[in-house]
Design a protein around this ligand. Structure first.
Ligand SMILES: [Zn+2]
Length: 80
């Protein structure tokens, strides 16, 4: 049986060559699954690049960890 407990520290699922919409969609809220309203801030200067996300709908906060290519990809979009 598959457990659908949301992970609050996830790893990003987009590829470096995905379009912006898919990159943003991969940052969707783990609770209500919305992505359009999610506020996110990339923390790209640490040893482990990550995105700090916040959902204005349910107030959830979570982190998404990035591979180096994903961090580079997100830096091209700019803060959401
Ligand atoms: Zn939410």
């Amino acid at each position: 049986m598959l457990l659908l407990v949301p992970a609050l520290a996830d790893t990003a699922r987009f590829r470096a060559d995905d379009p912006d919409s898919l990159v943003i969609a991969s940052l969707a809220c783990p609770i209500c699954l919305r992505s359009e309203q999610v506020r996110w801030e990339a923390v790209l200067d640490g040893y482990d690049p990550a995105v700090q996300c916040r959902c204005p709908d349910c107030g959830e906060r979570w982190s998404v960890y990035l591979a180096p290519q994903q961090a580079l990809r997100l830096s091209l979009i700019g803060a959401g």
